[in-house]
Design a protein around this ligand. Sequence first.
Ligand code: ZN
Length: 267
Amino acid sequence: MWIDTHCHLEAPEFAGDEDALAQQAAALGVSQIVIPAIDHDSFARVAALAQRQPNCSYALGIHPLYVPQAVDADLDALRQALAARLSDPKLVAMGEIGIDFFIPEYTTSPLRERQEHFFVEQLKLAREFELPVLLHIRRAQDTILKHLRRIRPPGGIAHAFNGSLQQAQAFIELGFKLSFCGTCTYERAQQVRRLAAELPLESLVIETDAPDLAPVWLHGQRNSPLVLPQIGQTLAALRGIAPESLAQATTANALAAMPRLAALMSR
Ligand SMILES: [Zn+2]
């Protein structure tokens, strides 16, 4: 049994295929797919898709790359959506939220401050609603860590983790799990592969980030949740353990990071 802790199954790339893919993934042992929102418009879409498929759940949040189009009223709308949907067992986290300093125009004023503003306000909501956070972090590990230390949301997952060993340890100390994806299947991704091999097993979860971050055998193509077991097998091979052991550990870790998902799956 595998849990895809981060998959944008509601993305336009999957239009018309979402339900079939969720069912095919279930047949391959993907027992849960967590679908993060990206902007205000996507809140209802991710919730509706999760409602339709037994192995789908969702998170609500505003993605850092969608901050330019977002307005402050979207934060109020997010707060209202969280309050309204807190009784929905399929809501398991807040996400996708974070900071992106990889794209140059996002690193300078005013977008830099605007990203941090949205991130901080959403961390406060995570605290208020006691929801774990699904973090998007590109070249912003230390800025993110600074805000996490100050606001202390109830843990979560650093998605598609791509930082240093020291940064990984800082996230672990703050109660976060680190998520590994198709990037691990590329031999040239040495630092990520080393982390995936050496970090404590109890800190790892896995994801596809589909339709993005395709594994090496799908390079340049649409990624999908169907490849999650193969990503897990790659990770298990890097660690020299059986795929079943990695599946069991990463499932337990995902449930520990998202207690509402654990409650959902034990219903
Ligand atoms: Zn994402």
